[in-house]
Design a protein around this ligand. Structure first.
Ligand code: AMP
Ligand code: MG
Length: 424
């Protein structure tokens, strides 16, 4: 039986980055950019007023001794945002201007509207207005054309994972569509004659389908697109029908039916459909029965097929250890899968491993005063989702490691979506 590191190596060898796609910017958040975004404009596009007030000529104020004096100017025009004026400002004149409007030619500073001297006019066009600005600086409240970036400049570099700020920036520079690594499409099939939907009341021997909503959520958390396909019965016909559709996706997850029982038909059905087995069974607990294979799609990257064990904890642990990194490769986020990301922590309490297999035991992981602390949680094994639900990490107990004691250094796989640094 292969170990976890060898399983990861084989998955990495099979995974390739999916074809880039061109999509609207707001749909590209969280995805990796595959081209440079180049501006078609200067920013700001013109000398822009950053205040409601009066566009003035600085020298009219510089002459006011120590800026203490009141300056009276003729208001020759009014400009709102979205308007322009052909007026060229001359000495002794000003233009009433709103935030965002272009500064008229000749002007080079803005006096805020609040600086109108009490008792002066309101400062509309045709009036004269008295202004007093004791803190006046030449060029104040004007954002200079192209002071942020200029037309033709690359404003977002290829390779970046897009955040909302980049979506806004792309819109500013006239880029409505971008080429990105598209979110991977992940089909999810659950198998088992005993399964019913989560809205139903279980009859004798029935259980609710835990894995479908859980895997849908896990896939969505990774920024990929889950495609729930429903429940297949434990016979070849039912499995084949759903698998045929599921194999069209970038990744196919199948839960259940991969162990050695009479009804565990998933591996042989997949192989009959042309999916090449890359490994079956990994030396680990939980998750040992996992199956992995590759299906060659015509004119597309191969579909990676994961047969996850049906027990919910095993399914989720296998997702964290194998599917999440595979998704990273396919979506271009992490071009290579190193070994499982682990960190070293100090053990609180004690923990016991297993003779034959490494154990991934749910634990509480926290960072206190710069030190990671881990404590094994009570856990009933591969069906005990409740036990896992309190965990923020998986304590790695190597094969045949014996007992660990308080204060021992241990390895922990942080559960990425749930582990938070204490200060957050
Ligand atoms: P299997 O891997 O099909 O042998 O299933 C192992 C155990 O997991 C059995 O107890 C199943 O009833 C349970 N199981 C399988 N699939 C699911 C599922 N989708 N949701 C909850 N439990 C499941
Ligand atoms: Mg089953």
């Amino acid at each position: 039986m292969i170990d976890v590191v060898e399983a990861l190596r084989r998955i990495e060898k099979s995974a390739v980055v999916s074809q880039p796609r061109r999509i609207r910017i707001e749909n590209a958040v969280g995805l990796q950019l595959r081209e440079n975004v180049i501006s078609d404009t200067d920013s700001p596009p013109w000398h822009r007023s950053m205040m409601d007030g009066f566009a003035v000529i600085s020298s009219d104020f510089a002459l006011a001794e120590d800026n203490k004096q009141i300056v009276t100017l003729d208001v020759v025009a009014e400009i709102g945002a979205g308007e322009t004026t052909a007026i060229i400002l001359e000495k002794g004149q000003c233009v009433r201007i709103m935030t965002g409007a272009p500064i008229p030619i000749g002007a080079d500073a803005v006096i805020p509207i609040e600086r109108i001297v009490t008792g002066s006019s309101d400062g509309h066009a045709g009036e004269s207005v008295s202004l007093h600005d004791p803190h006046f600086r030449s060029g104040q409240h004007v954002s200079k054309k192209a002071s942020f970036f200029h037309k033709g400049q690359t404003v977002i570099n290829s390779g970046l994972e897009l955040e909302p700020v980049h979506i806004g920036l792309a819109a500013e520079v006239g880029v409505s569509h971008v080429t990105v690594n598209a979110p991977s499409r992940v089909s999810i099939i659950t198998t088992g004659n005993e399964l019913i939907s989560d809205c139903q009341i279980p009859g004798k021997g029935q259980i609710r389908n835990t894995n479908e909503p859980m895997l849908v959520a896990a896939v969505a958390r990774c920024g990929a697109e889950p495609i729930p396909m429903g429940i297949a019965k434990d016979h070849a016909e039912s499995l084949r029908a759903l698998m045929a559709q599921g194999l069209a996706a970038d990744i196919l997850l199948i839960s259940g039916g991969v162990s050695a029982g009479d009804y565990d038909l998933v591996p042989r059905t997949l192989e009959k459909m042309g999916v090449q087995c890359i490994f079956h069974k990994v030396c680990m607990k939980p998750g040992k029965p996992i199956w992995f294979g590759v299906f060659q799609r015509p004119e597309a990257s191969p579909t990676l097929v994961f047969g996850l064990p049906g027990n919910p904890v095993s399914a989720l642990v296998c997702f964290e250890l194998f599917v999440r990194p595979a998704l990273g490769v396919v979506s271009g986020h992490s071009p290579n899968m190193q070994s499982v990301p682990q960190l070293t922590a100090k053990l609180i309490g004690s923990a016991r491993g297993n003779r034959d297999r490494p154990v991934y035991h749910p634990c509480h992981l926290e960072l206190t005063e710069g030190i990671f602390l881990a404590e094994a949680l009570p856990w009933g094994g591969s069906a005990d989702l409740f036990g896992l639900s309190h965990a923020t990490g998986l304590l790695v107990l190597p094969k045949n490691c014996g007992d660990y004691h308080e204060g021992d250094l241990v390895e922990v796989v942080p559960l990425v979506s749930r582990f938070r640094y204490k200060s957050e």
